[in-house]
Design a protein around this ligand. Structure first.
Ligand SMILES: NC(=O)c1ccc[n+]([C@@H]2O[C@H](COP(=O)([O-])OP(=O)(O)OC[C@H]3O[C@@H](n4cnc5c(N)ncnc54)[C@H](O)[C@@H]3O)[C@@H](O)[C@H]2O)c1
Ligand SMILES: CC(C)[C@H](C(=O)O)[C@@H](O)C(=O)O
Ligand SMILES: [Mg+2]
Length: 360
């Protein structure tokens, strides 16, 4: 049976990096007989321009029908001044929420070839392999009420709300423990339980879930300390589980330990392991249209798609191996460039991964 994949290139560098990831997916499909069937639509600013909304109903319906979704990135200055309810980012939040993609996996893995591109000393990052499990459909991004209003004294005020229910915490904690069990058997839950009520409940529920995982070593850490520990001694972490906003911030931070935000893929999964796959970075308006963006995070997101949505481990491994070989060849986009390497653009990097994959 063919695998239906909806491709949403999005905005800025989105179409550039997705084009390379699709080339890699096509080759993997042919080589491993995956039988993928691609269709395309718009999300974010591109959808606003085409449909007048960042996520059209028909696009959402196509996403529901698809077996998996490949996304580039959304947003950009062109849409910064439109009605905030129609911003490109709201389309992304809506698709995540409507498909209940609550489990966001963001692996920060250092390819040894990129040790010099990391912002930390080689001995601090060598062998780094962290998985951040971010809650993706709750918390302050979605909490109601959220409002901007005028106070009686004429001052403008705005607020957001940070709710977490027990069931939301339990299901993401379970993903964290399951992942830890498959990896180094260490889970660090990151919160702000010294201040926030939502974090106090978070910690309580994570402790309850821990009873089913006696083989996993659980620790708790406040998010401010976690941010510091990530740059002090990142290898102390195996799996981190955390809320929506903390996970957003910590994953961008962790990306630099691996050399560049252009290296960090992600999977956003629901209970049926239906997934949306996208790089962790944004639409990078500062380099869009120049053909210089790093496509590897998106290519590695395809690998995650094959692993998590389609259980095609051999094909997923092969893509990761092809990426590693290309790095061995000394090819680098600007963001991971180092002395003695050859700087290439987005397309050349994608072509090199395709060639390596074909030759495996
Ligand atoms: N998942 C998403 O769609 C997503 C994620 C983050 C930000 N955004 C949106 O993207 C827009 C820009 O946001 P931002 O500038 O804060 O973050 P960004 O991640 O787009 O860019 C931050 C910096 O990283 C660089 N960068 C990002 N991806 C790169 C790549 N593949 N190769 C090389 N360099 C890369 C950019 O050039 C920029 O200097 C905003 O509208 C934001 O809301 C979208
Ligand atoms: C664009 C934005 C809504 C999004 C988020 O904060 O989740 C992005 O930063 C991400 O990391 O995927
Ligand atoms: Mg982010």
């Amino acid at each position: 049976m063919s695998k239906k994949i909806l491709v949403l290139p999005g905005d800025g560098i989105g179409p550039e990096i997705v084009a390379e990831a699709v080339k890699v997916l096509d080759v993997a499909s042919e080589k491993y007989g995956l039988g993928v069937e691609l269709s395309y639509d718009d999300l974010g600013g591109a959808a606003y321009d085409r449909y007048g909304t960042p996520l059209a109903d028909e696009t959402l319906e196509r996403a529901r029908q698809a077996d998996a979704i490949l996304l580039g990135a959304v947003g950009g200055p062109k849409w910064d001044t439109i009605d905030p309810a129609l911003r490109p980012e709201r389309g992304l939040l809506k698709i995540r929420s409507q498909l209940e993609l609550f489990g966001n996996l963001r692996p920060a893995l250092l390819y040894p070839q990129l040790a010099e591109a990391s912002t930390l000393k080689p001995e601090v990052v060598s062998g780094l392999d962290i998985l951040i499990v971010r809650e993706l459909t709750g918390g302050i991004y979605f909490g109601q009420p959220r409002e901007r209003r005028m106070l009686d004294n004429g001052e403008r005020q705005a607020y957001d709300t940070l709710p977490y229910s027990e069931s939301e915490i339990r299901r993401i904690a379970t993903v964290g423990f399951d992942m830890a069990r498959l990896r180094g058997k260490k889970l660090c839950s990151v919160d702000k339980a010294n201040v926030l009520a939502s974090s106090q409940l978070w910690r309580e529920v994570v402790e309850e879930v821990a009873k089913d995982y006696p083989d996993v070593e659980l620790s708790h850490m406040y998010v401010d300390n976690a941010a510091m520990q990530l740059v002090r001694a990142p290898k102390q972490f195996d799996v981190i589980v955390t809320d929506n906003m903390f996970g957003d911030i910590l994953s961008d931070q962790a990306s630099m330990l691996t050399g560049s935000i252009g290296m960090l893929p992600s999977a956003s999964l629901n209970v049926q392991n239906k997934g949306m796959y996208e790089p962790c970075h944004g639409s990078a308006p500062d380099i869009a249209g120049q053909g210089i963006a790093n496509p590897l995070a998106t290519i590695l997101s395809v690998s995650m798609m094959l692993r998590y949505s389609f259980a095609e481990a051999a094909a997923a491994d092969a893509i990761e191996q092809a990426v590693s070989q290309v790095l061995d060849q000394g090819l680098r986009t600007g963001d991971i460039m180092a002395a003695g390497c050859r700087q290439v653009g987005t397309r050349e990097m994608g072509d090199a991964v395709v060639a390596a994959l074909k030759n495996l």
